[in-house]
Ligand binder design. Sequence first.
Ligand code: SF4
Length: 308
Amino acid sequence: MSADSPIPAVEWLSTQGCNLRCRHCAPRAGKPAPNELETAEVQALFGQLSEFGVERIHISGGEFTTRSDWHELLALALRSFAQVTLTTNALLGQPLGRALVEIEGKERLHVSVSLDGGELVHDRRRSRGSYAAALALLAEIGSLSKEIITTVARDNLGELMHLREVCLVRGVPCWTIQPGLAMGRLAPEEALDSAGRRALQEAVRSLQAEAGAALRIIAPPTTERDGAEPCRCGRDHVVIRPDGRVAACVFIDDAGMGDLRSQSFAEIWRGQRMRAFRLEAARGCVALSHLGAGASRAEGEPPAAGEA
Ligand code: SF4
């Protein structure tokens, strides 16, 4: 694989702030970081990304809607990019749904709603009432492009059938399933072990077969064997952290590729460190080996989408 790469999709981890303190949260979101990009910096960043040719941006967090400028920045993103994905914990429920349905450029918006199981399991992991809020938001955004995103650990491996039914009954055509990482707030004993990951893989296969064309299930690799496939991180996907540092992979904090407060995006994307990461990623999931150094390779997990 070449060390050069085309225009990437960008995942912007908009804030470390969150209105929840979920038991499985990899970035331990809660309070915003003290040095997060300010409104004007994000506006300039969007301009720079758009000029570079970026067409797809994924806004995650933390929880984006805890930023006081979220609506203004989402509106700008919708004017700047062809496709904007927003991942939300949906705690703001119906009012958030209404704001999304009414925003200009909503035809370019894709909403990814975190849902981790039935009411009991979801609320135990997140907070009481959060399941109802998520369903209220899903009902409100019926006309928008949308999906459910589920982080699977031991406590919700048995919830997948229920979630599939939520998708089918509520007209959600897409479902992303990602394994929870033994990092952040998710204790190693709560994450899936090898047997659990195999069970998840099997479950995804049969859920997809049973749902047919009505539901597309997206599941990143969950086993080390899958992780040996070339990884898209740093190749067609790049991450911008709340403070403007750029990473190739959402799970590798020590892979700082550059800092947008002192370098341009183009400089970082074409820089030596990103090129070196790309070559490493061509051999398989880099996160598996990096996480393996601490949490043991067997318990490491491949990259997945941002939190919310
Ligand atoms: S998992 Fe998502 S909603 Fe929960 S604390 Fe972390 S960022 Fe917030």
